[in-house]
Write a protein that binds this ligand. Structure first.
Ligand SMILES: Cc1cc2nc3c(=O)[nH]c(=O)nc-3n(C[C@H](O)[C@H](O)[C@H](O)COP(=O)(O)OP(=O)(O)OC[C@H]3O[C@@H](n4cnc5c(N)ncnc54)[C@H](O)[C@@H]3O)c2cc1C
Length: 257
């Protein structure tokens, strides 16, 4: 099987994030593989082990994203591709990402593309479905189980706590939801092997793309951290006194009634 994982390098939202001039200060951030993409890598590796074939992980990013690709190789992927946009593009959005990926996939024989359900940093959840539309294959989002038999796929998908079972055929794009599997940690031998696995680097030129072809369709106006939560207030006294005080606070302080 020709299995591809599209993977994003994201900053770790569990760590401290500093914003300066509307941008996240990268030097103080910790970077990881987008957690949903860990499920996608794990599933691809398990499918390769069961059905044979090859797993290629692809990312669009800067030179540093090679580190996350090496981690995916250490988890068991066979090959990696970094589409390096550092010299060509300053900005991009879900359209940019999906459009570049669609050019990459134009001449590839694909059985299955695995993406994350959503990127934890920007959270648009659009790249997978947009890519599938561009290259004209079906897609199923937020999947929690996948069985493949020949070219037929049976999929369970999470629909807000309920479950939907879908039958479809390959080629296909899926997006991985939490619970799809238990992603492995790269083992020491895996890390050693990953150093020797192929990591191809491409630029927009190699995909016959110009900057104008992938120009963002949206513009980020502002980036800011959530306001710090104020300490709660405990009202005391008779219930009737508390109710009066609460109504007064909602009118005068919170200004919501
Ligand atoms: C050239 C370029 C410049 C950018 N510049 C900026 C910037 O200046 N400021 C800023 O805030 N953001 C920037 N971005 C990020 C961009 O806005 C988002 O990556 C894009 O909107 C995708 O949305 P998302 O991250 O919410 O992905 P989602 O659609 O939520 O991601 C879902 C899944 O799509 C796949 N995916 C997402 N991104 C990538 C990727 N890069 N490579 C491979 N697979 C991926 C993963 O499988 C992921 O789990 C840039 C992106 C590009 C391509």
């Amino acid at each position: 099987m020709n299995l591809f994982v599209i993977l994003k390098r994201t900053f770790d939202t569990e760590e401290k994030i500093v914003i300066q001039d509307g941008k996240i200060v990268e030097e103080s951030a910790e970077f990881i593989i987008n957690p949903y993409d860990d499920y996608a890598v794990e599933e691809a590796v398990q499918l390769r082990d069961k059905h044979g074939g090859e797993v290629t992980v692809v990312t669009i990013g800067e030179e540093e994203a090679a580190k996350e690709l090496r981690t995916a190789l250490a988890m068991g992927a066979d090959k990696a591709v970094l589409i390096n946009t550092e010299d060509d593009l300053e900005d991009g959005d879900a359209y940019t990402t999906a459009k570049i990926l669609s050019e990459y996939f134009k001449d590839k024989e694909v059985d299955l593309i695995l993406a994350g359900n959503v990127a934890i940093d920007e959270g648009s959840g659009q790249v997978g479905p947009r890519l599938a539309e561009f290259i004209g294959i079906p897609y199923i989002t937020t999947i929690t189980n996948l069985e493949i038999e020949g070219t037929q796929a049976t999929i369970n998908r999470d629909v807000e706590g309920d479950e939907e079972i879908i039958e479809t055929s390959l080629p296909l794009l899926i997006t991985a939801q939490q619970g799809l599997n238990e992603p492995r940690y790269p083992s020491l031998p895996g890390i050693m092997k990953a150093k020797k696995k192929p990591l191809e680097e491409l630029e927009l030129d190699d995909l016959d793309l110009e900057e104008e072809d992938v120009e963002a369709k949206t513009k980020t106006i502002e980036v800011y951290l959530p306001l710090e939560k104020q300490a709660g207030r405990v009202l005391e006294g008779e219930v009737s006194v508390q109710v009066n005080e609460l109504v007064s606070l909602l009118q005068k302080e919170a200004k919501v009634i």
